[in-house]
Structures are given as structure tokens and as C-alpha cells.
Design a protein around this ligand. Sequence first.
Ligand SMILES: Nc1ncnc2c1ncn2[C@@H]1O[C@H](COP(=O)(O)OP(=O)(O)OP(=O)(O)O)[C@@H](O)[C@H]1O
Ligand code: SF4
Ligand SMILES: [Mg+2]
Length: 350
Amino acid sequence: MSEEHVLEVEKLKKHFPLKKGFLSSFTREEITVKAVDGVSFVVKKGEILGLAGESGSGKTTTGRLLLRLVEPTEGSVFFNGMDFSRFSDSEAKYLRGKTEPNGIDITKLNDSEMKPLRRDMQIIFQDPFESLDPRMTIKEIIAEPLRVQKVAKNEDELEERVKAIMRDVEVVPPEEFMHRYPHELSGGQRQRVAVARAFVLDPKFVVADEPVSMLDVSIRAEILNLMVDLVKKRGASVVFITHDLAVTKHVCDRVIIMYLGKMMEMASSTNLIDLPLHPYTKALIAAVPVPDPSYRRTEVISGEIPSPVNPPPGCRFNTRCPYAHDRCIREEPPLVEVEKDHFVACHLYS
Ligand SMILES: Nc1ncnc2c1ncn2[C@@H]1O[C@H](COP(=O)(O)OP(=O)(O)OP(=O)(O)O)[C@@H](O)[C@H]1O
Ligand code: SF4
Ligand SMILES: [Mg+2]
């Protein structure tokens, strides 16, 4: 593991078994949804790494696998962001014993072994209406991770930490909002509270799963800017999941494009948006709405995304790709580095 990586992901897969139904009664083989089907990448320290792709491409499942919120079918997730100074002596000794040269493989830990690591690994969900408990006050919502991890020495310290992070996310003055309930806040304020809760423990790694897509378009940019500022200020690393490719150029350092559980392209966000190579990425970019009415789209993505239960053989994009040829149906293209730090899985480049 390079010291520069907070996470190293190797050949990660998640196949969800389908409930026994009509189809499975004809076969002995287990029928599965190939939500994530062999992805390998790193998250560098301090970077915001985007995960983009159409609905159903496996973004959320990947994000949850990185935090061990779902069990992987195969593969490893090596985490190298532990702050041992925050562990008790026994926790530190135990976790050091489990740490391999390339980090600690969180896929091999059980729930109680994961608990101390949760200080350094957090998530922001898409829906600020569902993710905040309506019966808890804002103070209790933000304080909950501090209580679970027993990091504040007393009530005063706990309240100070809650107030400080509320100031950082600009839910101010804290005294005015602390004792309110989520329903008394706007959608934007709620998502600020969700961001505060995710960052109150000063985590090293955060997954933000479409954190602004449920919010009014007019306030998305300010919440994103606030999140980016907080991430950079605190030196965290983030996997930022989004449908919105336009936003990745502004928010992300690098971006991975996923399709049917596979990685299609990975590059710096400027290269990916300005000089995309993969036909799928090009089609996604062409489908981004542009404000200029005189602009004509040259390529729009056509056809339905196939079922992840039975993905197309060879290249998974072959049923929708304007450049598909024989080889694309026979052979799966590997992800290769075509230019420096620019990876593509397509036979046009291999
Ligand atoms: N618990 C589950 N059981 C069965 N199938 C699942 C489960 N969770 C996700 N899936 C399936 O796995 C595939 C990938 O889902 P996932 O939610 O990861 O995609 P996504 O890229 O986040 O999509 P969206 O943009 O709509 O949020 C989908 O086909 C989905 O239906
Ligand atoms: S491998 Fe073939 S089908 Fe897949 S994206 Fe490239 S050209 Fe299209
Ligand atoms: Mg999702």
C-alpha cells in the first residue's frame, strides 16, 4: 500500500441473489444481480474521487462496499486511514496485528472489529428527509457518533464540538438550531446537518452518495461548495457518487465511470470531461443538458441499460455502442492506461 492511498480496492464484487421466483424454478444455478462485478481502484489521500454512471450501474453498492455496509461477494478493500492515536491501547494493538503491508482488509473484519474504524469512515446519504431521525433534536443527531464512539470527555465538550461543526456547515447560530427537530428545517439545512454528522468525528474517509440530488437546484451549488471546503480543510478523502457529470469537473479530482457493475473509464475530472475516450463516457457527456440552445448534440445515448442479471457478453456496452464490432461481443476489454493516469476499457484502445 502506498502511503498516499487511503483505500485500495481489489477485484471487488457484489452479486445479490435474486429471490426464488419464476425464472429460478427452471434452473439449479443461483440467479444473481451483478451489481458490482470486479472493480479495482485506489482512493488517494485528500482527493475527491467521483463515481458516475447511469442508474443501476452499481455506484451506491460500490460506496457501501467501501464502508463495509454490505458484504462483498469477492474482493478486498484495504483501508489505510486509521488514526491509531484515537484508539484505546487494546484496540490499537489488535488492529495493528490485523494490518497487512497494504492496510487493513475491512472485508475480513466483523462488526465489532469494524466499530473503532467507523470513527474514520463515514457516509452522507442522498435523502436528508429519510436519513435524519425525526424524533431527535439536531444536537442529538450530530452528537450521536460522538456518543457511540465515546470521544467527548463530558457533556460540555460534546456540546462544544456539536456547535463548532454547526458553525462549519453554517447552521447558525448553533444555539438557535440545536434544539429544533429535522421537520423544522429546510431540505438544505437538513443536508448541512447530515454533512455535520458525517464530519463531526473528523473522519479520514467519507462516501457521499448523491448528497444534493434531492435538493432544490438553486441550493445545490452552495451545499457542494461547503462540503468541498470542509473536506479540503479537514484533509479527508471522499468518494462522491453522482448522476451529474457536469458537477464532477467542479467537485472531483478524478472520476470513475461505471456501467453495469464495471469500470469503463477513469481519469482526472478535467481530462474525463474535456477529452473523454470511452464511447459510453462520450455518450453520457453528450446527454448532459447544456444551457446554450444553439448547441446541437452530436451523440445521445440510445437504448435501455441491459439487466445486470444477464449482462451482455464481451463488452457490457456492446448493445448500445455505435462502434461495436465482432470482438466486442466475444472478448471483454480490460481497463488499460491509454495515456498517463487515463484508463479506458474499450477495444478501440487496446
Ligand atoms: N439489496 C439489493 N438486492 C438486490 N439487488 C440490488 C440490491 N441493491 C441494489 N441492487 C441492484 O444492483 C444494481 C446496482 O444498484 P445500485 O443501487 O448500486 O446502482 P446505482 O448506480 O447507485 O443506481 P442509482 O443511480 O439509481 O442510485 C441495480 O440493478 C439494483 O437493482
Ligand atoms: S469495446 Fe466495443 S462495444 Fe465496448 S465500448 Fe469499445 S467499441 Fe463499444
Ligand atoms: Mg445509487
